[in-house]
Design a protein around this ligand. Structure first.
Ligand SMILES: Cc1ncc(COP(=O)(O)O)c(C=O)c1O
Length: 402
């Protein structure tokens, strides 16, 4: 029996790399509440993004970061917020938890992202109060284009850049970015998030809301310690900041390795498929600098089912990333407004995530290659019978000789 191949393997600093930071934390006896390590991490981010310190704040995770940014925008309760129907559930749940209504739009066929043009058309058919585009699988957005959109429409834009640390920058533009520092992302702090915003006062307000809403600003009109808003506890701890700081030291090397592995696998799998695979294309926002997963697009639903079947046989983990679409999730369906999304629907039939992690062996890559090649071979040489599986996902392969 082949050894299982996992989908993702976290790439986090080893204990000896963490130790210097943990010793500093312990010496300071400061473990949370914006301690020295959180402040150092935030100062590093401010330098990287070329913004003032007050325009950056860490948070406990990207989901809370999105929720608090939306709260800090002070939109009327129940406002309609546009987001892509093809995204992780957290984009929509953050909107709902902030007291608003997600409006689900289609995505671009090449970049698989909500673009300013799609948002303009969506806003014309169903007016919204803000837009939350997603940097899908870490692909960066063109911030100049979104800044122009903001100027033209007056709608605030908040980029859900959860997977895009190292790829998404402000690009000399204005904007609001929310990153995840989760274990599976390119800069892991185990759990964590980062908000960067050039919008005056926004990051500072998010920081205050992440600390229950208590005012900590001695220059504010209200006294320090007084409650300024109904916040929550979304602070990053010093432990998490220690992991984030240690991860920063390895970021460049790890990103380079991820890029090399990603392009090598894309090449191998493309060849194995007879050049029939399609991939997410970069737009004018720039390149993906630190891929965190491998998501391929198959020619049709049968090819995906065949590859899933082979991978199951071969103990290769796969994931239908971001699927089903939000508009098909029973919990969300009745709480969202859905615009027509034919491109997202087509993606939902054909995308499949395969294993991707630093440390993947040549033997494991070869097994992925063989699985792709077998699945394409099967569809050429065999009859496929759709079984009556309850999700319609399962295929039974008849006369198939891998
Ligand atoms: C698009 C998107 N938004 C938000 C999140 C949530 O990030 P976090 O786990 O830091 O809350 C994720 C997590 O993968 C994501 O992919």
């Amino acid at each position: 029996m082949p050894e299982p191949i996992p989908l993702l393997v976290p790439c986090v600093p080893a204990p000896h790399e963490l130790l210097p930071w943990l010793e500093r934390m312990h010496a300071a006896r400061h473990y949370s509440n914006f301690g020295p390590l959180v402040c150092e991490l935030e100062a590093t981010f401010a330098t990287q993004f070329q913004v003032a310190g007050a325009q950056v704040t860490t948070v406990a995770n990207a989901t809370l970061g999105l929720e608090l940014v939306l709260q800090a925008l002070d939109l009327p309760a129940g406002s309609r917020i546009l987001l892509p129907s093809f995204t992780f559930v957290a984009t929509a749940t953050a909107v709902l938890r902030a007291g608003h209504v997600p409006v689900l739009a289609d995505v671009d066929a090449d970049s698989w992202m909500l673009t300013p043009d799609i948002a303009r058309a969506a806003h014309a058919s169903m007016p919204v109060a803000a837009v939350v585009p997603v940097a899908t699988f870490g692909m960066p957005h063109d911030m100049q284009a979104w800044q122009q959109f903001e100027t033209q429409t007056g709608l605030p834009v908040v980029i859900d850049a959860a997977a895009a640390y190292g790829s998404q920058w402000l690009q000399n533009g204005e904007g609001t970015l929310v990153f995840s520092l989760h274990t599976t992302k390119s800069l892991p702090a185990i759990e964590g998030g980062l908000v960067v915003s050039s919008r005056p006062g926004l990051a500072a307000k998010v920081r205050q809301l992440s600390n229950f809403g208590i005012n900590l600003d001695p220059t504010a009109e209200m006294a320090v310690g007084e409650l300024a808003g109904t916040g929550t506890n979304a602070k990053m701890s010093e432990y998490h900041a220690a992991v984030g700081l240690a991860s920063l030291k390895n970021w460049e090397r790890n990103a380079e390795r991820r890029r090399a592995l990603h392009s090598n696998l894309m090449h191998l799998l493309n060849t194995a498929s007879g050049q029939h695979l399609r991939w997410q294309k970069k737009g004018s926002g720039g390149a993906l600098m630190a891929p965190t997963l491998l998501c391929l697009r198959l020619p049709d639903v049968r090819h995906r089912e065949a590859l899933e079947y082979i991978c199951q046989q071969q103990k290769i983990s796969v994931r239908r990333w971001y699927l089903p679409l939000l508009s098909h999730m029973p919990i969300l369906r009745h709480r969202c407004l859905a615009l027509p999304a034919p491109t997202a629907a087509a993606l939902s039939d054909t995308l499949l995530g395969l294993p991707f992690f630093w440390g993947m062996t040549d033997i494991q890559s070869k097994r992925l290659e063989d699985a792709v090649s077998q699945s394409f071979g099967m569809l050429c040489n065999s009859k496929l019978l759709k079984s009556g599986h309850k999700n319609g996902l399962c295929v039974r392969l008849v006369d198939a000789q891998p």
